[in-house]
Design a binder for this molecule. Structure first.
Ligand code: BDR
Ligand code: CA
Length: 312
């Protein structure tokens, strides 16, 4: 079985936490390291959360703190969805290891440079660190297999009517990634809104009865409450692990190779991903966009990882 080496760039975040667990506990993925980026909360908070999730799920990989602001210097937090800590709903253990003494972008560079195989970069937060990596280490780009990101949408947004949160947070970084020429896979709201944490999923977590599954239930209940309040979605969408699942088994989604651009101006549409599904504009195709999810297959992967982590 070939194992895919990845670096996960994330802003934990409830669904980022689950992406970390899926990446660490699926045997087809080798998680080389984690870099953090400000998004769901301030950079210090999401970095602490990454370390605490590692402690909770007994994961030991290098973790480094990345960018605290977008390429243009902006930052905001998604407290309405993820709470004050950016990961409200359960008491998580204290970190069991120290942060790397380098920035997130430096860690990405180090891991890509030192890998004997091409590395896949998976981004589940704003694309700031990934864009900085591409700009600062052009000589390493040949050792990148592809970039998979959770972000954007072929239809409507969630941070603004047309912009999805991760893309809204750093449209300029998204533009750098979309123009990179690297193979890109976009897992936007079209597909992640099919990864719903249903009553049946809660039932599976309860049946596990592990310390880990109990904490995850707490986190998911918080996430379900805020999603219901803000989006009238009582079953919240577990966006970020979809970007890991497509690597584990490409058949978990149905996708289309199309042109994707990011709106950088737009009075009302800044941060929207413009996805040309029917090639109406004839622009160069640059991204494989996941559109439909095999939800049972996705949940089987995700719950297997939680089960394995709970027994570690
Ligand atoms: C994305 O925004 C964040 O709140 C989630 O962690 C996910 O990465 C969904 O729009
Ligand atoms: Ca995220």
């Amino acid at each position: 079985m070939s194992v895919i080496p990845i670096v996960l760039d994330c802003d934990p975040g409830h669904d980022d936490a689950m992406a970390i667990i899926l990446a660490a506990y699926n045997p087809k993925i080798k998680l080389l390291g984690i870099s953090t980026v400000s998004g769901n909360g301030a950079i210090e908070k999401v970095t602490q959360n990454a370390l605490r999730v590692c402690a909770l799920a007994k994961i030991n990989v290098p973790v480094a703190q990345g960018s605290g602001v977008s390429l243009l210097g902006a930052a905001e937090a998604a407290t309405d969805i993820h709470g004050e800590s950016a990961l409200d709903g359960a008491d998580l253990p204290a970190p069991t290891f120290e942060l790397q003494k380098m920035t997130g972008v430096e860690l990405i560079g180090k891991l890509v440079r030192e890998s004997s195989e091409k590395v896949t970069l998976v981004a589940t937060g704003p694309l700031t660190n990934i864009a900085l990596f591409l700009k600062l280490y052009p000589e390493l780009v040949t050792n990148v297999e592809q970039i998979v990101f959770m972000g954007g949408s072929a239809s409507r947004g969630n941070r603004t009517p047309y912009a999805e949160f991760n893309i809204w947070m750093d449209p300029e970084a998204t533009d750098v990634v979309l123009k990179s020429g690297l193979p890109l896979t976009m897992c936007g709201l079209d597909v992640t809104h099919q990864a719903l944490v249903t009553k049946e999923v809660f039932g599976e977590l309860e049946a596990m009865g592990t310390e880990l599954s109990k904490k995850i239930i707490g986190l998911m209940k918080f996430f379900a409450k805020t999603y219901d309040e803000v989006f009238e979605m009582p079953n919240p969408p577990l966006h970020d692990p979809v970007a890991i699942a497509v690597l584990i088994d490409a058949t978990v989604v149905q996708s289309k190779f199309v042109n994707v651009e990011c709106e950088l101006k737009g009075e009302f549409t800044r941060g929207a991903t413009v996805v040309d599904i029917f090639d109406r504009e004839g622009r160069k195709k640059n991204a494989t966009v996941a559109l439909n999810l095999d939800a049972p297959k996705f949940w089987s992967m995700m719950l297997d990882a939680v089960r394995a982590a709970g027994q570690a």
